[in-house]
Design a protein around this ligand. Structure first.
Ligand code: ZN
Ligand code: ZN
Length: 216
């Protein structure tokens, strides 16, 4: 890995893309996952990888994730459950080389507000983001009362590499203060029980060689 000249700016144009772990999400281009810089090795956890991870997570928890219709303000991902009336409208946000992460968070909030016209007691709204700055700080600045009123959840996604260079994803759902939905607990337990009944389901994720690997 080499250094950049002073004042070098990372942009989408001078970065490359890692692929997604697999092509299981029909609406995502499998060659467009996280951004990385071929010179210095820096990488950016993209919203596409977030979408991919959410798709796997909700599918394994027994939900049906679909591509949201943006014109109908359904979020990037619309998730329904085959047995109950629960529905999720999720906007995914990620890091980009362009340093527009604050704006991206603001756009996400705006998109959630616009999606609220689809009002219903069984609809959960969420902004899904990498668990890092500036997203964690921006999320903390939002008043809990407003989140409760909007039924607005945060979904935090982390990715990490194990000793075999296999990338794993962690999804954590944070319910608005004052709510009784306990999403993290109930969805995680559905996810964990699918995985323990079908250990081979984990294997599909093991083919992914994540950002720490240099493809250049
Ligand atoms: Zn660089
Ligand atoms: Zn909840």
């Amino acid at each position: 890995m080499s250094q950049h000249p002073p004042k070098y700016e990372h942009k989408q144009k001078n970065t490359n893309r890692y692929g997604l772990p697999d092509s299981s999400v029909s609406w995502l281009n499998p060659s467009k996952g996280d951004y990385y810089c071929p010179t210095c090795g820096q990488w950016w956890f993209s919203e596409y990888t977030i979408e991919w991870a959410l798709y796997q997570y909700f599918s394994l928890a027994g939900y049906i994730p679909k591509h949201g219709n943006q014109r109908k303000c359904e979020g990037n991902i619309r998730v329904t459950h085959p047995l109950n009336k629960e529905e999720w409208i999720i906007e995914a946000k990620g890091l980009t080389p362009a340093k527009n992460d604050n704006i991206s968070f603001q756009i996400g909030l705006g998109q959630i507000l616009q999606a609220r016209y689809k009002h219903g007691p069984n609809i959960f709204y969420a902004l899904a983001m990498p668990r890092c700055e500036p997203f964690t700080q921006k999320a903390n600045q939002i008043d809990g009362k407003d989140r409760e009123c909007l039924h607005l959840h945060w979904i935090w996604v982390e990715q990490f590499e194990d000793e075999n260079h296999v990338t794993h994803f962690n999804v954590t759902i944070n319910c608005p203060p004052g709510s009784t939905c306990e999403c993290q607990k109930r969805i995680k337990s559905a996810y964990v029980s699918t995985l323990s009944a079908n250990p081979n389901k984990v294997d599909s994720r093991k083919t992914y060689v994540g950002p720490a690997q240099d493809f250049g």
